[in-house]
Write a protein that binds this ligand. Sequence first.
Ligand code: GRF
Length: 225
Amino acid sequence: MIRLGVLASGGGTNLQALLDACAARRVDAEVALVLSNVPEAGALARAARAGVPTSCLPSKGVTDRAAYDEAVVASLREARVELVCLAGYMRLVTPAFLRAFGPSPSTRGCPRVVNIHPALLPSFPGLHAQRQALQAGVRISGCTVHFVDEGTDTGPVITQAAVPVLDDDTEATLAARILEQEHRLYPQAIQWIAEGRLSLDGRRVRLDRAIPPAERLRSPAAELA
Ligand code: GRF
């Protein structure tokens, strides 16, 4: 059972998917701490409802990013967190944070901070990924689980799911269709990590051969055809 620390700034539906997957034993992990930089984040309420310890470190007006992240790392360490999952966490983490959760002897080169992003990276990193996809006119978007590095959504890709972009989509309808896949994809990726099935080779995340091809990439767009 690995101990997860989930960092979230918003509603926390991805946190909920992780909590549900842990409770249902689909993921061999437990959420040891949910930390938010936003006092009114729905994620904190979801954690409290699930009986998971929470911590809130308001970031409004904070200018010293290094000191802020030191406090975050201290909270995560105190909760003996082994893997940090960013789930709608609207802050860039500092290099010192990433060093604190860098590869350990058991992770085969993989860092210990992961994120989920609502686009097929490297397309549409940063804010408003769904709006960016609509404005670009792409027919397929999706979501990506990736290891976190110092850039904005630039770390090595672990897994992706494709989602069709339909003619009458709005940002909201596309976001909802992507979110459905996020809730499936994130727990799956965490389970692979919990099972020690990933390794990092340069920028490429290698998946254990025992993982069937259909689990590595799901393409609902193709299924619609
Ligand atoms: C998700 O779309 C996630 O990919 C992005 O922020 C959103 C968070 O949603 N990073 P929620 O708070 O998990 O509902």
